[in-house]
Design a protein around this ligand. Structure first.
Ligand code: NAP
Ligand code: HSE
Length: 438
């Protein structure tokens, strides 16, 4: 049978990795797909730049639209990123009935509802495994492997760059800017690395996973997002002393009142699997009612780990080319007419335990005043730690761990604590999750 001809848009970290994996493993891939998969054309912004892949036999252009429109190309692989040019090119490919493989989580999280509707109408497949958690087949696991379950919750380290930075902070010493530059040089960071540091990239991925888990439309704007900015080395050290690691988590949970979707730094007990996922590695803990807890773990970013998922999607596309479009695995796991609008909880409605760090006067009565603020709101304290000040300093770091409480009540408590004359500056709060089930 003739090989399938693909056009790759973007030959940066993931694009070059994809060409390399397709060429190196061509024989194995053809045995699995039933046909060869050949990259015949590629588009980049600057065709004159050196590339990290072999360009032999590959027609390289600066005009991505020409690749999309080329009638000899069967499948488009979008590895440009962003939501403007990438969206236009993907919609243009769909309009021609071409199948698309993409690693672009921003595109799927923000425009997926529209893209999938257009793709269904055109009979085109949109495959996006590489958009979440790099090499880990987490979308396939959720959409197919766990299809018999009612999914209760997901908790994931789903941004390699922020985990790389937090791991370096945990080891101590290396300045933030240096670690970020290293993550960029290794190809882990987004084109705009604030997406990684401020939790936006993780929120894109959580949006996708939550829709596949719970069967609701993609709703990026309903995700509560906090970045790494508030986490200081002192918090990492106090968390360590208290038996925790700080991880940037994406959490989605089904509750009686609706779905929680949130991304924020989270304290995780050291004995939980998620606490030991370091560097660029990602992990997603999924809890299904039948399967119980499952942890998927692997490289979350980088050229070949991400290419592994892109190529797996290509193999799936080739295998399904001959199937009736109505019998394909649905984009968001649930049949399109069975996607339901489940309410998403406002962050004030979410319940969590908390770590609070504050700068307090070192004098009698301070603890009693803070305990009375928390007690008055029925917030139960699990532990209090006070770090002695150096000689001559009148303030101490006071750390409190609380039991679970609704966010709105904790907001009132934090406002009360910050207004107290015995506290200086803002209170740092980090949510604590125990994950009894991994
Ligand atoms: P990258 O290294 O910045 O590569 C982007 C590529 O797109 C470059 O080759 C660039 O060309 C090309 N490009 C940009 N605008 C273009 C246009 N208008 N027409 C044609 N080509 C254009 O990005 P990346 O890290 O590979 O990421 C690509 C996608 O994969 C993004 O959606 C990203 O979020 C996602 N992703 C990345 C990783 C990772 O580890 N890096 C992991 C998972 C998912 P020039 O080279 O000429 O500038
Ligand atoms: N910038 C992303 C990360 C790439 O660091 O996880 C993988 O999606």
């Amino acid at each position: 049978m003739e090989p399938i001809r693909i056009g790759v848009l973007g030959l940066g970290t993931v694009g070059a990795g994809t060409v390399n994996v397709l060429r190196r493993n061509a024989g194995e891939i053809a045995r699995r797909a039933g046909r060869g998969i050949e990259v015949t054309r590629a588009a980049v912004r600057d065709p004159g730049r050196p590339r990290d892949c072999d360009l032999a036999g590959l027609d390289l252009t600066g005009d991505a639209g020409a690749v999309v429109d080329d009638p000899s190309i069967d499948v488009i692989v979008e590895l440009i990123g962003g939501t403007s040019a990438a969206r236009d090119l993907v919609m243009r490919a769909i309009a021609q009935g071409k199948h698309v493989v993409t690693a672009n989580k921003a595109l799927i999280a923000l425009h997926g509802n529209e893209v999938f509707t257009a793709a269904r109408a055109a009979g085109a497949i949109i495959a996006f495994e590489a958009s979440v958690a790099g090499a880990i087949p987490v979308i396939k696991s959720l959409r197919e492997g766990l299809a018999g379950n009612r999914i209760r919750s997901l908790a994931g380290i789903i941004n390699g760059t922020s985990n790389f930075i937090l791991t370096a902070m945990q080891s101590g010493g290396q300045p933030f800017d240096e670690v970020l530059a290293e993550a960029q040089a290794l190809g882990y960071a987004e084109a705009d690395p604030t997406f990684d540091i401020e939790g936006i990239d993780a929120a894109h991925k959580l949006t996708i996973l939550a829709s596949i888990a719970f069967g609701h439309p993609l709703q990026f704007d309903r995700v509560h997002v906090e970045g790494l900015g508030a986490v200081e080395p002192a918090d990492i050290s106090y968390a360590d002393q208290l038996g925790y690691r700080i991880k940037q988590l994406g959490l989605a949970r089904r509750t009686d009142r609706g779905i929680e979707m949130r991304v924020h730094p989270t304290m995780v007990p050291k004995q939980r699997l998620l606490a030991s996922v370091d560097g660029v590695m990602n992990a997603v803990l999924i809890e299904g009612d039948a399967a119980g807890p499952i942890v998927c773990h692997g490289a979350g970013a980088g050229a070949e780990p991400t290419a592994s998922s892109v190529v797996a999607d290509l193999v799936d596309v080739v295998r399904t080319l001959t199937t009736d479009p109505d019998q394909r695995v649905p984009h968001l796991a649930f049949q399109p007419d069975r996607i339901t609008d489940v309410p998403v909880l406002a962050m004030e409605e979410v319940e969590s335990a908390y770590y609070l760090r504050m700068l307090a006067e070192d004098r009698p009565g301070v603890l009693a005043e803070l305990a009375s603020i928390l007690g008055g709101l029925d917030i139960s304290i699990e532990a209090v730690v006070q770090r002695e000040p150096p000689r001559g300093v009148s303030q101490v770091h006071l750390i409190m761990l609380t039991h679970r409480v609704r966010e709105s009540r904790m907001n009132t408590a934090v406002a009360g604590i910050e207004a107290s004359s015995c506290i200086e500056g803002p209170v740092t709060r980090i949510r604590v999750e125990h994950f009894e089930a991994d």
